[in-house]
Design a protein around this ligand. Structure first.
Ligand SMILES: Cc1cc2nc3c(=O)[nH]c(=O)nc-3n(C[C@H](O)[C@H](O)[C@H](O)COP(=O)(O)OP(=O)(O)OC[C@H]3O[C@@H](n4cnc5c(N)ncnc54)[C@H](O)[C@@H]3O)c2cc1C
Length: 492
């Protein structure tokens, strides 16, 4: 038999289900139109078919934490910026939507202690290796092996998902990938795990701390799993979407022809009709308040008062917000002239770095800064010379005051400051949130407590779509199965 063309291939789950008897859900509501909401709309349509009504509620802009900021008529990524090479769902979205990878513009990195650079990248690969070895022995090799082992096991998820398997809890998902060791990696710190495999304390203090400060704005006490994902991003090559990562969200929503409803969801209440659960979504938009009934609902925004303040009604036991905290972080996008003297380079022409990470030094007022490129890069584009005015993204815990800006920049044309609750504060809780809030009510954002990145959200979106589908059609053999590596090897 000739292979089915891709659009028909996407309908296979829906065709199989129709032949099994039960009608698909009539309508699905998705709360939030960030990457999670857009991806879950797309994957749900793949599973249930195009006849299901998909309503996506969004209180602000499509894209959520994927957004751009305009400086001097050019757009720059202000939040989720870089994607790891092995992010297979993100790769797939880009391909399906006909988007392109942005051209990479090379730039060197260094780690700054507040007084001097503790590690500097050069143009020579061998010299970089030699420097790492000279300062830290074989710690960097041990780190690489540790990260590779985690990533290799993590990549199993794509195989499981391709075979239609889903997980009803984050613990089950992690266990299927890497056994209890993966679940434990959400409970112990990355520092502890790395010291155990022989990485030195000095390497942890200088390098691991710098990567975690720049990615999560947190210390080496971040749990090992989240740490490994972040370190994988720092080690491997990364990419971004030409035109902005947020194009993935708008593209997926357009492709699924989802109804994007510009409104804030204020609550979800449980009702029943003909013996099955129905969910009423209450919302308020510019035209006032309203509500609508759905067979299924997916919540794709953290259930935390600081992020999305809505209530659940009539559920027994009650659904509460997940006890947790978020890490406040500030991004300042500065168009100006770097004060290279502060970094020990009185002559700005000689400043060689495009990216500056920092060690966990008391009084150091920023976590990282990068000389960033616009989201559209023409063939003629070149990175600004260090003595020229450039656009820098500075990450910090607190807004930078005038004196701090003057420390980092000789002068500047503009500063745009964005403050947000960006990531979970990983030391604030040890238990993982649920995926299932009720029979057909799912929670996607809990995965951020395992690790917070675009690809983790995409993996969680596919899992929720598969879980919803398997539960709807009572295909329980496809949920929480043990020994999946063996099963997928023996399945056709
Ligand atoms: C500063 C920063 C840098 C980052 N860098 C990277 C990176 O380099 N690489 C990477 O992979 N990831 C990065 N991330 C993480 C990545 O951006 C997120 O994991 C991802 O975008 C989260 O998508 P989401 O859809 O789950 O959540 P969100 O994008 O937060 O989407 C949730 C949506 O729900 C909406 N919403 C909330 N409450 C309601 C309500 N009551 N009613 C209706 N709508 C509601 C919100 O407006 C929002 O649009 C970064 C994040 C930040 C903040």
């Amino acid at each position: 038999m000739a292979p089915l063309p891709p659009p028909l291939l996407l309908l296979v789950p829906a065709l199989l289900a129709a032949s099994a008897g039960r009608a698909p859900p009539r309508s699905i509501a998705v709360v939030g139109a960030g990457l999670g909401g857009s991806a879950v709309a797309y994957f749900s349509q793949q599973q249930f078919g195009p006849q299901v009504q998909l309503d996506v509620y969004e209180q602000a802009g499509v894209g959520g934490r994927l957004a751009t900021v305009t400086v001097n008529k050019q757009q720059y990524e202000s939040r989720g910026a870089s994607i790891h090479a092995l992010s297979l769902h993100m790769q797939d979205f880009v391909k399906t939507l006909g988007l392109k990878h942005r051209r990479e513009v090379p730039g060197k990195s260094a780690i700054f202690s507040g007084e001097h650079f503790v590690l500097e990248e050069t143009d020579w690969y061998l010299l970089n290796l030699f420097r790492l070895w000279w300062h830290y022995g074989i710690s960097f090799l041990r780190l690489q092996m540790w990260v590779e082992e985690v990533m290799e096991k993590f990549m199993r998820i794509y195989k499981y998902q391709a075979h239609g398997y889903a997980f009803s809890s984050l613990e089950e998902l992690l266990r299927s990938l890497g056994g209890d060791a993966f679940v434990n990696m959400t409970q112990r710190s990355v520092a502890e795990s790395l010291l155990e495999v022989g990485v030195t304390q000095r390497f942890v203090d200088d390098v691991i701390a710098a990567v975690l400060r720049s990615s999560y704005g947190q210390s080496v006490l971040v749990p090992a799993f989240a740490g490994a994902m972040s370190l994988a991003g720092a080690q491997g090559s990364t990419w971004a979407v030409e035109g902005g990562n947020k194009l993935v969200c708008s593209g997926l929503l357009k492709l699924t022809k989802a109804n994007v409803i510009p409104a804030r969801v204020t609550g979800i209440s449980l009702h029943s009709s003909e013996g099955r659960a129905l969910y009423q979504v209450h919302y308020e938009g510019s035209e006032g308040q309203g509500s609508a009934f759905y067979d299924m609902v997916v919540v794709t925004t953290p259930l935390h008062p600081s992020r999305s303040n809505f209530i659940f009604e009539n559920f027994e036991p009650p659904i509460a917000s997940f006890p947790s905290a978020f890490q406040p972080s500030v991004t300042s996008v500065v168009h100006g002239y770097l004060n290279s003297s502060y970094f020990g380079f009185p002559d700005p022409k000689l400043f060689p770095f495009a990216s500056i990470l920092t060690t966990d030094t008391p009084d150091l007022f920023f976590n990282a800064m990068d000389n960033i490129c616009p989201v559209n890069i023409s063939a003629a584009f070149r990175r600004k010379q260090p003595q020229e005015a450039a656009v820098w993204r500075v990450l910090s815990q607190q807004p930078l005051d005038k004196q701090q800006l003057k420390t980092l920049f000789r002068s500047y044309y503009s500063v745009q400051v964005m403050e947000w609750q960006s990531y979970p504060r990983y030391d604030s809780t040890k238990s993982l949130p649920p995926i299932m809030l009720h029979d057909n009510l799912f929670y996607l954002s809990g995965v951020e407590w395992v690790a917070s990145s675009m690809e983790m959200i995409a993996v969680a979106a596919k899992n929720v779509a598969l879980l919803a589908y398997n539960r709807w059609y009572q295909d329980l053999e496809k949920i929480d199965q043990k020994d999946l590596m063996h099963k997928v090897k023996t399945e056709l």
